[in-house]
Design a binder for this molecule. Structure first.
Ligand code: ADP
Ligand code: MG
Length: 698
């Protein structure tokens, strides 16, 4: 019977209880799901150790020998079980805090066992906590061969006797079935072209590797398959969309654009802005619907590009909308754009949650009549009551806060979906963009407007505080303003707020002559507004704050950003915070303060911040340092299926190859109708039925 038709319940060693755990904890239901549940690591069991070889820092090891005696120590909750184990020469303590009764009954003194675990030093002696114990004769071949697989489990699973070892014991016999041969999920020509391992061997070797080389080949194959199907799925989706949705054609550049360009534009566009505008023009003139992602660091001039794109829409008889994630940002855009447009006579309005019903009504009316040309707002503008006469372009600022569903609502605002331009200041590494936004074309503004001085960044230990104080004094004397930011992380909120309060008191004592304001998320809105205003107006020279200032504040006169406990921030957050300064003409500085003892990875983060101001370089480094886990967490929702074995931080090269292959396959056979490609259609369908809510949009 096919693996996908066999319920886990009836597998050897499972039963209904464990099957329920597999389903509820890991979403695994069939034998196929299980063989596709790959180990997360392997431990080399090819060699037995002697106890005298144990030293301070060893991985998992195995030792052959026997138990001399058991000792119970302590009472009740404190109770633990010791076993003195010997390899014939030396001894070591094995320790259990749980399952004591079970252990004593199961294991006997004087019988030859293999123990397996990680030695730890305690009181000058070594012990092993909760070792695995097996009869020498009962060891499964994985251990005999060398590499033992380890599987992720949950606390609930462990409580239900489904630890890694148990999963290993369930999967092992299942592979006998696999060995009979499973039909491959990749076409033969692809396997041949890249000399990939076939599926049968890959599945066997990914669980119970013959040797390290075979494991490597197996993993390569499985990763390739995963990345390839993701790309294939994304590319087909966008093809389908191109075929089914025509795009409005903006064929001309007209009066609004031209007179804006000659009369209103106070400066020359940067080369990058011009290039991106050309890319957008090509898209909107092509007859296909545009779906473009515009990436550019804070301050690179995205708003202007958005505005000029909207003017093109208007010149061609359409309306445009600009959507921002918060009211503050929507407001800022509204003010900026109105100012830019001057007396050009293009009608712009703002719609947010705070717009009064009366104003809303007339606004709706003007939108329907087509008199209103540009609508700026928050989520409020995707509500069904908001109807346009002829919406042609939607710009979305900071895309990651908008869900797929919200975007798909925008599509329905006209008989054909409007062109979509998504802007983000949080650069996404290329590999991630290719996966997540694989069907969005990507434009990059990689050049700041001229005349900006790059921010200088320093990393200092907290012991340097006195000289930093002198620096603060000097800057303030020159008329500049200073941010001092403290981390505020949910778990230790009380302590963090205390840090902020202490820092605030310290600064006030150190600089009694300056006005210092204080902003954090726990303040009442009115108070927060007041404190902010103190800084914005220049009344206060120093602002002590938490990360609430990360978005939305624009004080060009602020030239110093001091980040306390910088070790507690991630790279992208540090970069966003730094972006609060360097907005005026003056040289700006960012000072990262940390303790003396730093983990190697933290030190790296500081070095990267000091070395570069480039948001793309930072996001790439972030991905490498953290692994894709975090970013992916967010990202997975945007992906057609989740990644089980490929890793976007490490497998970027393979992703590009996989994408290229997917492109070639579709170019040759866009409907996947050729017999050799049946397997692709079949597999895509299967992967998708396992995935909920595979929406129309990226
Ligand atoms: P972003 O939205 O990418 O963070 P903005 O669009 O807010 O950046 O632009 C930042 C600042 O730079 C604004 O004050 C804007 O007017 C200005 N600016 C934009 N383009 C140019 C340019 N080509 N030359 C000079 N200044 C520019
Ligand atoms: Mg912006």
């Amino acid at each position: 019977m096919e693996l996908s038709m066999q319920s886990i319940t009836y597998l050897q060693g499972v039963g209904p209880k464990k099957a329920t755990l597999f389903a509820s904890e890991l979403g695994l239901q069939t034998a196929e799901d299980l063989v596709r549940y790959y180990p997360y690591k392997y431990v080399d069991r090819s060699r037995f150790y002697y106890l005298h070889e144990i030293n301070g820092n060893m991985p998992f090891i195995q030792v052959k020998g026997h138990i001399i005696r058991f000792e119970k120590i302590g009472e009740g909750h404190q109770q633990r079980l010791l076993a003195i184990f010997t390899d014939g020469k030396d001894t070591i303590e094995l320790i259990w805090f749980k399952g004591i009764k079970f252990i004593i009954e199961k294991y006997k003194t004087g019988i030859e066992y293999v123990i397996f675990g990680k030695p730890a030093a305690f009181n000058g002696k070594f012990n092993i906590l909760h070792p695995e114990i097996d009869l020498v004769t009962a060891l499964p071949p994985a251990e005999q061969m060398g590499l033992q697989p380890f599987y992720n489990t949950t606390e609930k699973m462990k409580a239900g006797f489904l630890n890694s070892k148990a999963i290993q014991n369930i999967i092992y016999p299942l592979l006998n079935q696999v060995k009979q041969g499973v039909s491959d999920t990749l076409p033969a020509y692809i396997i041949k072209r890249f000399a990939l391992m076939n599926l049968t061997e890959s599945l066997v070797n990914v669980h119970f590797p013959k040797n390290a080389h075979a494991l490597n080949k197996a993993r390569q194959r499985l990763k390739f398959e995963e990345l390839f199907y993701i790309q294939l799925s994304i590319l087909r989706q966008s093809k389908w969309r191109e075929q089914n949705f025509k795009g409005f054609v903006f064929s001309k550049i007209g009066d609004n654009f031209n007179s804006f360009y000659t009369n209103c534009l106070p400066f020359e566009l940067t080369g990058a802005q011009k290039r991106v505008l050309r890319e957008i023009r090509t898209d909107v003139g092509s007859g296909r619907q545009m779906n473009r992602l515009l990436q550019g660091d804070v301050g690179s001039g995205k708003t202007l590009v958005a505005l000029m794109s909207m003017l093109i829409a208007i010149d061609n008889g359409y309306q445009a909308a600009l959507m921002a994630p918060t009211e503050i940002l929507a407001n800022q855009h509204f003010v900026t754009i109105k100012e830019f447009l001057g007396d050009l006579g293009v009608k712009v309005e703002l719609l947010t949650g705070s717009t009064r019903p009366k104003a809303r009504e007339s606004l709706h009316e003007q939108l329907r009549s087509g008199e209103m040309k540009i609508l700026i707002g928050t989520h409020a503008l995707i509500e069904d009551t908001v109807q346009f006469q002829n919406l042609g372009l939607v710009v979305i600022d900071e895309q990651h806060r908008f869900g797929v569903e919200q975007r798909s609502k925008l599509w329905k605002k006209n008989i054909q979906p409007p062109h979509i331009l998504v802007m983000t200041a949080t650069p996404i590494p290329r590999t991630l963009a290719m996966t997540l936004y694989g069907d969005l074309r990507v434009s990059v503004i990689d050049e700041l407007p001229p005349g900006r001085k790059p921010i200088q960044t320093f990393h200092h230990y907290q012991t340097k505080r006195l000289s930093i104080n002198q620096f603060i004094a000097k800057q303030v004397t020159e008329g500049r303003q200073i941010y001092i930011v403290y981390p505020l992380i949910q778990e230790s909120e009380k302590m963090d707020l205390q840090d902020l309060e202490n820092g605030y008191d310290y600064i006030r004592e150190t600089f009694p002559q300056y006005k210092v304001c204080k902003v954090h998320g726990k303040l009442k809105a009115v108070e927060k507004e007041y404190q902010m205003q103190q800084f914005v107006s220049g009344n206060a020279q120093i602002m002590v704050a938490t990360t609430v200032i990360e978005v939305g504040v624009n004080v060009p006169n602020a030239s110093v950003m001091i980040i306390e406990n910088a070790e507690r921030f991630g790279l992208s957050q540090l970069h966003q915070l730094r972006g609060r300064v360097g907005r005026g003409a003056d040289q700006s500085y960012c000072i990262l303060l940390t303790g003396y003892k730093l983990a190697a990875e933290t030190r790296k983060r500081m070095e990267i911040m000091v070395r570069t101001n480039d948001g793309f370089e930072i996001s790439e480094a972030d991905l490498q340092l953290r692994g894709p886990g975090d970013i992916e967490g967010k990202a997975q929702s945007g992906m057609p299926f989740e990644l089980k074995i490929a890793n976007l931080a490490q497998d970027g090269k393979m992703l590009e190859i996989a994408r290229q292959v997917a492109i070639e396959v579709l170019e040759d056979d866009s409907d996947l109708a050729k017999p050799e490609n049946y397997v692709l259609t079949h597999q895509l369908r299967k992967l998708k039925t396992n995935t909920l809510n595979w929406g129309v949009i990226s």
